[in-house]
Design a protein around this ligand. Sequence first.
Ligand code: 5GP
Ligand code: ZN
Length: 115
Amino acid sequence: MSENCIFCGIVAGTIPSTRVAENDRAIAFMDIAPATPGHLLVIPREHSTDLREAAPEDLTAATLLAQSLVSRVIDRLEDATGANLLSCIGADAWQTVFHTHLHVIPRYPNDPLVL
Ligand code: 5GP
Ligand code: ZN
């Protein structure tokens, strides 16, 4: 756990979040400012700054959880036909929270999102 890390606070439950899935190494919750409806974040429970630092077991757990959520959003969200799976590494790559995370961004026909 890293002090002053928002996502460590979400793992600990001291910062509220809407969790949608979890296992012993990773959790998934709704993004507070969704890029499209249903935008999720998947994070290892263990703190690392970005995926370069994450332990292989944590990265595997987070990626497999993200894989299952990609299927879930496409199957269950009305009109979703695809998804983007994205991880930002470094401020110049739009990383704003420095705890490894994967975005699962549902996509809809002709939605206005530009990455
Ligand atoms: P980044 O820009 O680092 O790739 O993504 C960070 C993401 O975390 C952003 O999409 C942002 O909306 C989301 N986020 C930031 N603070 C919070 C929070 O307190 N709760 C939740 N659920 N998401 C957050
Ligand atoms: Zn953290």
